[in-house]
Design a protein around this ligand. Sequence first.
Ligand SMILES: Cc1cc2nc3c(=O)[nH]c(=O)nc-3n(C[C@H](O)[C@H](O)[C@H](O)COP(=O)(O)OP(=O)(O)OC[C@H]3O[C@@H](n4cnc5c(N)ncnc54)[C@H](O)[C@@H]3O)c2cc1C
Length: 469
Amino acid sequence: MSRSEARHPAATVTSADLLDRLRAGLPADAVLTDPDVTLSYANDMASFCPAGTPAVVVLPRTVEEVQHVMRTASELRVPVVPQGARTGLSGGANASEGCVVLSLTRMDRILEINPVDRIAVVEPGVVNATLSRAVGEQGLYYPPDPSSWEQCTIGGNIGTASGGLCCVKYGVTAEYVLGLDVVLADGRLMSTGRRTAKGVAGYDLTRLFVGSEGSLGIVVRATLALKPQPPKQLVLAAEFASGAAACDAVCRIMADGHVPSLLELMDRTTVRAVNDLTRMGLPDTTEALLLAAFDTSDPAADLAAVGALCEAAGATQVVPADDFAESELLLQARRSALVALEAVKGTTMIDDVCVPRSRLAELLDGVEHIAEKHQLTIGVVAHAGDGNTHPTVCFDAQDADECRRARESFDEIMGLGLELGGTITGEHGVGVLKKEWLARELGPVGVEMQRAVKAAFDPQGILNPGKLF
Ligand SMILES: Cc1cc2nc3c(=O)[nH]c(=O)nc-3n(C[C@H](O)[C@H](O)[C@H](O)COP(=O)(O)OP(=O)(O)OC[C@H]3O[C@@H](n4cnc5c(N)ncnc54)[C@H](O)[C@@H]3O)c2cc1C
């Protein structure tokens, strides 16, 4: 049991007390107690992460209902776990024993799209792709695009500070969150940030909340920055005889001053897995496949320049897409990579190590050695332009020895990432999966200050306990 779990004596609260108090401020259909149903809210998509059994699942539709839930939980000292679509990959949305699961999925309205101020104001349960399409209809663009964009919510994206494919050019979620409405642990409502183009009043609490994994408050409204819709992107695929050559191409592209809208890498294991799942016919004899894209006014010219750099780095074949439809197909292949790797052995542990781009080749080489040492299949898919890799350990969850080796490999990859000057998580967050590693990355002083921030917002330790620390 973690320190924060120990602080709230949930056992002294009877389930009937809790349910009566919650029902007093929520519609009947917003309180779920059927154990089969509540149990289905226990986990996100991370393997190997422990989860407790929720006491109840609540699905509020309004800010006032969220405030009621938090006031009740605070008075009864019951833990609360906020959830979006539960596509998280670190156990960050996993239930704690006896908790209130606070699912924000019914708060899914887009409240405003403003082309002059270039902002959107949304509730947390809006699905990322729904927002992207809605702003696209007005000639605007919301760039952060996790591969899970058809399912994941803006609240979850803010919770994990998520990235995506186009972040190499446009940046990650943190760069697009201008202001937030947050319900605090005791039920008070706080507004942070702004809806103006600039603003530096006080500490940047907006940024503090981005990536806080539901541990500081409940995001109930977000003001997001938008960009003008760029031209459609055209994609190039380059095959390499080694991961090192593909990484060399990445370094050459960045050093030469190019700004691709996407620069993704899939190793041979991943390419084969995607072919097996989708029958897309990617070139599966290759050791590494690099996808580069440009959404500029002359993408063909940019792709030609990048193609030449790939050839100079030793690409065995460079194939620019003929048109936007073919480009979209290549992107779909990339987006299905994690699902495809899961099909290899039934279960995966997805690492999220981000290293300086200049160390990418060393990371790939190290992962290969770790896979050999533990006799496991580890496919690597990477937002290569960001140095953000997802070495994905494929294993059979029924095989105890394989599970042990999978966990050891997963940990060794994080150790390698830190050695190379990187971070244990580029975009998936710490959750339960990496909390032992967070302390190693932050150091004792860093951990102490982060705990102090947590205590200021959540003195009783009821918000998403057992995560991060
Ligand atoms: C196939 C697949 C591909 C993926 N690709 C990417 C990718 O390319 N890039 C990437 O970054 N991630 C990716 N992910 C991971 C995941 O989709 C993201 O982390 C996403 O942001 C989670 O959103 P969600 O709505 O599912 O949130 P959840 O998983 O439900 O929650 C995530 C965290 O946010 C907190 N939270 C949720 N809502 C709120 C709220 N309203 N207020 C406060 N805290 C809240 C939760 O407590 C939890 O800690 C992928 C996942 C899958 C399954």
